[in-house]
Design a protein around this ligand. Structure first.
Ligand code: PRP
Ligand code: URA
Length: 209
């Protein structure tokens, strides 16, 4: 069974409160989303395997530990997931980045796919799907299904705010996937927005509303 990890580090919670505030403009919103992604990447990669190598410091030979060649991929769900890519790459610069374009039909709330480009060796990689919002869970579940169809075995989902409904959907459809979130909010409203949430993440990142 996949686990839900709520990342309650004070820096994460502080920055999350700033982006929830409706007075926070796009520039600051973008900067904070990037910083949040960086801080969360630290926790999401906590289980990366290490191997021992021999190095030479200016003083002596030493045994040291480095990450042992696990290949990572980051897959943002367009558009809003784009805001989290640079933060993740700051910590894991060797990761390859794939893109999945999905938007949520405003009437049916069902995800509609419009773009997909993944690393050529995606099936050899551990994939971290990133999207600020997990609302009904339709977009995340569709993205996970799609990546699984490409042969990927190891997938994590990282979002800033999750609704209980979205968590339940991903747990039902993909019980093998761990979910990382900075907060689990109360519920969805009648338009499928997370309450209290932060509004429309894509519009706030890119200033489109
Ligand atoms: C938002 C968000 C998720 C999705 C979550 O994207 O970034 O991808 O909604 O909702 P769900 O869990 O109910 O599927 P949106 O469809 O607004 O597209 P955008 O990122 O292009 O603005
Ligand atoms: N997508 C968003 O951007 N915000 C929500 O609250 C729900 C879906």
């Amino acid at each position: 069974m996949g686990k839900v990890h709520v990342l309650d580090h004070p820096l994460i919670q502080h920055k999350l409160s700033l982006i929830r505030d409706k007075e926070t403009g796009s520039k600051e919103f973008r900067e904070l989303v990037e910083e949040l992604a960086l801080l969360m990447a630290y926790e999401v990669t906590r289980d990366l395997p290490l191997k021992e190598v021999e190095i030479e410091t200016p003083v002596a030979k030493a045994k040291a530990r480095v990450i042992s060649g696990k290949k990572l991929g980051i897959v943002p769900i367009l558009r809003a997931g784009l805001g989290m890519v640079d933060g993740m790459l700051k910590l894991i610069p060797a990761a390859k980045v794939g893109h999945i374009g999905l938007y949520r039909d405003p009437e049916t709330l069902e995800p509609v796919e419009y773009y997909c480009k993944l690393p050529y060796d995606v099936e050899e990689r551990e994939i971290i799907i990133i999207d600020p919002m997990l609302a009904t869970g339709g977009s995340a579940s569709a993205a996970i299904s799609f990546i699984k169809q490409k042969g990927v075995k190891n997938i994590k989902l990282m979002c800033l705010i999750a609704a209980p409904e979205g968590i339940a959907r991903v747990e039902k459809d993909h019980s093998d996937v761990d979910i990382f979130a900075a907060a689990v909010d109360e519920c969805l409203n009648e338009h499928g927005y997370i309450v209290p949430g932060l509004g429309d993440a894509g519009d706030r990142l890119f200033g489109t509303k």
